[in-house]
Design a protein around this ligand. Structure first.
Ligand code: SF4
Length: 343
């Protein structure tokens, strides 16, 4: 009989497990700390747990991380990890080091059901939600490989729509932000959504207080629906209402992601529409030039066009940044994740 994998257990689940084993709940918290904070995967080294209990645990449980299938590094320092899940599905994470920080872009689903027209992951369809252990496992793996300080921030911008895997996302956030767990402060965690309005409100009410990013990519309902089918279900008025709810409730500003697609959303009219849409919302707009995906129609605008767009928008928005693409040559840039090495 295969052993039960404890990777992904929250502190509360660990306490419950130990209660079931006839032990004090605080023993569960000790194991929780060993696993995530001290990065031990063998019960033997957990010296403040009795020998008998360690043997009992090793009999029925283990702590399994993710299996790496391929690792690639781009010349700009971005590093892509392709993992094979236990059922064979592929999933990817990307580590993006910068001068004073390093963000790990993690996946929340294998594939994605939302089929945004410009996105490589969207062409895969949804294979399944990742478990809590598989979400956490991406962070644990990179820390094992490069050390705890190798990543300072976590962004849910990899494969999948995190808010469509809400329960597992929520538990993963609990483990990440627990100082006895992975100890990553909530303000260093960004959840990026394509705009699932009711779940944005649910996240606001959850008390996690993580940063929110919204993939906007077009400032009118009509244009947005052309490239993001999800906009037909969750239209712009409701989305804006949910975002305001989030910013009011958490006190954080929201980040709008705006991928510039040559000839589609990069005109003066688009800038005016965008400025109107974000009026009154505490926000920052991240402009990003599209990273072309083979087989998809959209084109990358020139650097000059990107700069022009940002310059024109700048006086009409609270904050504008141009995000440089990292990892393009290894297919690790935004919208390019498609696990091309399918397991
Ligand atoms: S952009 Fe995000 S939400 Fe849209 S298909 Fe790709 S992974 Fe899914």
């Amino acid at each position: 009989m295969s052993k039960i994998n404890l990777m992904g257990y929250t502190a509360q689940q660990m306490e419950e497990l130990f209660t079931q084993l006839g032990e004090q709940p605080y023993r569960g918290r000790q194991l929780f700390k060993w696993m995530y904070n001290d990065r031990r995967t063998d019960f033997d080294g957990m010296t403040n747990i009795s020998k008998e209990l360690r043997a009992q645990l090793a009999d029925r449980y283990d702590i399994r991380g993710l299996e790496l299938k391929k690792q690639s590094r781009s010349s700009d320092g971005a590093e892509k990890f392709l993992f094979t899940l236990e059922d064979g599905h592929p999933v990817e994470s990307v580590l993006i080091p910068e001068e004073d920080r390093a963000a790990l872009c993690v996946s929340s689903q294998a594939g994605c059901a939302l089929a945004c027209r410009f996105c490589a992951t969207g062409t895969m369809g949804l294979l399944r939600n990742l478990t809590v252990g598989e979400i956490i496992g991406q962070i644990v793996f990179v820390r094992e490989l490069h050390g705890v300080d190798s990543l300072t921030n976590v962004v849910f911008m990899g494969m999948g729509e995190p808010l469509n895997n809400f329960a597992n996302l929520s538990e993963a956030l609990r483990i990440m932000s627990n100082s006895m767990g992975l100890g990553i402060g909530a303000k260093k965690i960004t959840v990026s959504t394509s705009g699932i309005s009711p779940k944005i409100k649910k996240l606001a009410d959850s008390g996690h207080k993580v940063r929110l990013a919204v993939s906007l990519h077009a400032a009118t309902q009509e244009k947005r629906a052309q490239i993001m089918p999800v906009a037909e279900t969750f239209g712009l008025p409701k989305l804006i209402e949910a975002i305001k709810y989030y910013t009011d409730k958490t006190g954080w500003r929201v980040t709008f992601e705006y991928v510039l697609l040559e000839g589609f959303n990069d005109t003066k009219e688009d800038i005016k529409a965008l400025a109107r849409l974000i009026q009154g919302i505490p926000c920052k707009i991240n402009i990003l030039a599209y990273n072309p995906v083979p087989g998809l129609d959209y084109k990358r605008p020139s650097d000059g066009k990107v700069d022009w767009f940002a310059r024109e928008l700048y006086p009409r928005a609270p904050a504008v940044t141009v995000r440089k693409s990292r990892g393009r040559e290894i297919g690790a840039a935004c919208g390019q994740l498609a696990a091309e090495d399918k397991a």
